[in-house]
Design a protein around this ligand. Sequence first.
Ligand SMILES: C[S@@+](CC[C@H](N)C(=O)[O-])C[C@H]1O[C@@H](n2cnc3c(N)ncnc32)[C@H](O)[C@@H]1O
Length: 236
Amino acid sequence: MILDVCYGLGYNSAAAIEAVLAVNPNCRIELYGLELDPTVPLGAIAAQLLEIWPPSVQEVLVGLAEKQRFQAGNIDATLLIGDARQRVQELAGIKADVIFFDPFSPKHCPELWTVEFCEVVVGLLAPGGKLSTYSRSAAVRSAFLLAGLQIGTIPLGRPSESAHEWSQGTVAAWEEVGLLPLSKIEREHLQTRAAVPYRDPGLGDNAGAIVARREIEQRSSGLEASGSWRRRWKIL
Ligand SMILES: C[S@@+](CC[C@H](N)C(=O)[O-])C[C@H]1O[C@@H](n2cnc3c(N)ncnc32)[C@H](O)[C@@H]1O
C-alpha cells in the first residue's frame, strides 16, 4: 500500500507504480493520495505533463485527477481532496508500506510539518514500511523522531561541492535497520534551535500561528543557535 501525502501532479505515485509494475506486473497496488487543490492534478493532464509515464500509469493518474478514483486490474487508487490534516483522518487503520511525504517546504507550509500531523501520518505506516521526504530540515527530522520513527539520511549520490550540500532528504522507519546513519553535521544540526519542531495541537491552526508558536519555543530553548552551527561547518 502506498500513501502519497501532497499528491500534486502525481509524480511520486506514478514513479512508484511504474517501478512496482516493472518488478511484478501482477502486484496488487492500493494507493491513497492527499491533495488540497484539485486543479493541480487536472493541470498535469492539460499541460501534457503525464506523457512521460507509460500509458498504464497515465490511466491511473487521469482517473485520479478526473474522478478521484481508479480501479482496474490489480490497481485500486483513491485521491482525497482537501486539507490533508482533516482528510487523513479518514485513512485511520490503513497500513502503508511506503509513504511519500511531499508538502511545500516548512517555511511555506508549516502546517503539514508539525509533530501532531506527523504523528497521524506515522500512525499509518506499516511495521516494515518506510516514509520518504525530500526535507533534511532539523525541525522536520525532530518531528518524525518525536512521532516515534527512526531517521536516516538520503545522501547526495555524488561528491558535495559545498558545505550546504549535506543531504538530499530523509527516510524514516520504525526500526533503524536499513537506514543510512546521519553524518556528524546532521547529528549536530539536531542539537540546535533549528530542530525545535512546529506544533499544531488542534491540527487546525494557520501557518502564522504555527510559526509564532515555534519562535516562542525557540527563544526559550537552551539549545545552541543554528548560526553557531553554520559558522562551525562554514555554511554561509
Ligand atoms: C511540493 S507539491 C507536491 C508535489 C507532488 N508530490 C508531485 O509529484 O507533483 C505540494 C503540494 O501540496 C499541496 N498542498 C498544500 N497545502 C496542502 C494541504 N493543507 N493539504 C493537502 N495538500 C496540500 C499543494 O497543492 C501542492 O500540490
